[in-house]
Design a protein around this ligand. Structure first.
Ligand code: ADP
Length: 484
């Protein structure tokens, strides 16, 4: 930024130098010569031989002098003249006027419109013609430019000669140069200071951010990106990076917790399995069906933990595709409750199912079964002394609502949000030795989100909780059309 800013100022100064100092003489003489040519052209437009008025008007307008001569063989007689500039060589330097006139005539005869520059030799009262554009060597001396053209009018031939004095620009250039040196110095210093201030205000937050970003990449999540900058874009960048850092740190924490939780959950059943197996091998009489059952149960727990973790990673990783089918959700819930028959019989649980009529939905049956199964499992785990769990199905306005109600301790308000999180387990108030993994509700949540279903929980402390979700009911009419 510093380089560009200073570079731009230097470029501007260079342009000033080129146009004001180097090319000033050329530009001045270019403009003057063009003016002179235009004036000569205008004068040559006169057709009736009466040049007086036009010549005077042109001369006054452009501050130049002019004469018109009638050419008669080798003689030239003056027919009109406009003498505006008192020092013009055309009318003042008599000594050289004949030869000048001769030169201008020959030039005009050869080239049409002829231009010649002259240098006035001060004190000597003479002028000498300069050829080409070497006028730059004579910046300090007065020069003069003449333009001539031959015009035919009737039987007569006229020679129009126009003369313009060139002011010496050497002194002007010297003054401009002195000024430009000062201006250049002031501009360069100012530009350097302004560029430095701007660049440091703009880049210093970026430099510090890039340092922090490098620390972040190395795994330091306690980085802080500065949000104090004069530029709103930099502020925004700082805020976004801070947000990214905090999200990354959460992710990192979650990942560490996940590994810790999984290892812990895997270790517990493994310890049980190895402990019971050793006992059955080493201690006579311990090889009982009950002990074998413990091993079988723990193996099942291990396997459900692994499949839950896999399910969840598929669901949250976006690789899970729904296989939608139309099925009777009422039948599905009935079947699921049927699986708890043993528990109901042996441990005295009651799982009630109330519904008005059968309802059909279009959804991924396996996933919805998983949802219902997890919710009923939790309700059984956390229900109250009465060991009562109620599943209620209601249908209204095209929605099938399933509620799983328990009579347990309920969930405190501050935990209601967090229970859906992966690996969140309060664990303080189960009624049964809990077989959960802390993944159940997270799986429920992700399955229902994939279905675009509404779901939630309401809970009253000491009275119990109601977990619910809603799916669109598949109307019979559509059902019939499809089956036709
Ligand atoms: P798990 O049941 O394996 O601990 P979940 O993800 O199914 O894992 O549940 C997360 C947490 O939500 C549980 O640890 C528990 O604290 C709370 N919870 C879930 N269902 C209920 C319920 N019906 N009553 C009270 N608390 C519940």
């Amino acid at each position: 930024m510093f380089t560009y800013f200073v570079g731009f100022v230097a470029f501007t100064i260079a342009l000033l130098w080129i146009f004001q100092i180097v090319l000033l003489g050329d530009i001045y003489s270019f403009i003057k010569i063009n003016e002179l040519k235009d004036s000569t052209e205008s004068a040559s437009a006169v057709k009736d031989g009466n040049f007086d008025d036009v010549l005077f008007e042109i001369a006054q307008k452009n501050n130049i002098c002019g004469s018109v001569y009638r050419i008669d063989g080798a003689d030239a007689s003056l027919v009109s003249q406009a003498h505006i500039e008192t020092n013009c060589i055309l009318h003042n330097i008599a000594a050289s006027s004949d030869s000048i006139l001769n030169m201008m005539y020959k030039g005009a005869a050869a080239e049409g419109t002829f231009i010649e520059k002259f240098i006035i030799l001060e004190g000597q009262g003479t002028v000498i013609p300069l050829s080409g554009d070497n006028s730059r060597d004579h910046d300090d001396q007065a020069t003069s430019v003449m333009c001539s053209k031959l015009v035919k009018s009737g039987a007569d031939t006229y020679l129009i000669v126009m003369n313009c004095e060139m002011v010496p620009i050497g002194a002007t250039v010297d003054t401009l140069r002195a000024q430009l040196i000062v201006i250049t110095a002031i501009l360069l210093v100012t530009a350097a200071v302004v560029a430095f201030v701007l660049a440091s205000r703009f880049s210093s937050p970026l430099v510090s951010m890039s340092k922090e970003a490098r620390r972040l990449a190395e795994g330091n999540y306690d980085v802080h990106f500065t949000e104090s900058s004069a530029f709103s874009e930099t502020k925004e960048l700082g805020a976004t990076l801070n947000y990214a850092a905090s999200e990354l740190s959460k992710l990192d924490k979650m990942q560490k917790e996940l590994v810790a939780n999984i290892s812990h959950d895997l270790r517990t059943p493994l310890t049980m399995i190895s402990g019971y197996s050793e006992m059955m091998r080493d201690i006579p009489g311990e090889n009982t069906p009950e002990n074998a059952q413990v091993i079988i149960d723990e193996t099942k727990r291990l396997s459900s933990l692994v499949s839950d973790a896999l399910d969840l990673s598929r669901l949250t990783g976006g690789t899970q595709k729904l296989e939608l089918t139309r099925f009777d959700i009422t039948d599905m819930i009935n079947d699921t409750i049927g699986r708890y028959a043993r528990l109901i019989e042996h441990e005295g649980y009651t799982v009630d199912f109330s519904f008005d009529r059968h309802a059909v939905v279009t959804a991924d049956e396996t996933r919805i079964l998983q949802v219902v199964y997890n919710l009923i499992n939790n309700a059984i785990n956390y229900t109250g002394e009465d060991k009562l769990v109620t599943v209620r199905q209601t249908v209204s306005e095209g929605k099938v609502r399933i509620e799983v109600i328990d009579t347990g301790e309920g969930i405190p308000d501050d935990k209601l949000e967090r229970i859906w999180d992966r690996y969140y387990r309060s664990g303080d108030y189960h009624k049964r030795p809990v077989v959960g993994t802390g993944l159940g509700l997270s799986i429920v949540k992700n399955c229902l989100i994939l279905h675009g279903a509404h779901f939630g929980v309401s809970s009253t402390l000491g009275k119990g909780s109601v977990f619910w979700f809603e799916l669109d009911e598949q109307s019979e009419a559509i059902d019939n059309i499809d089956s036709e």
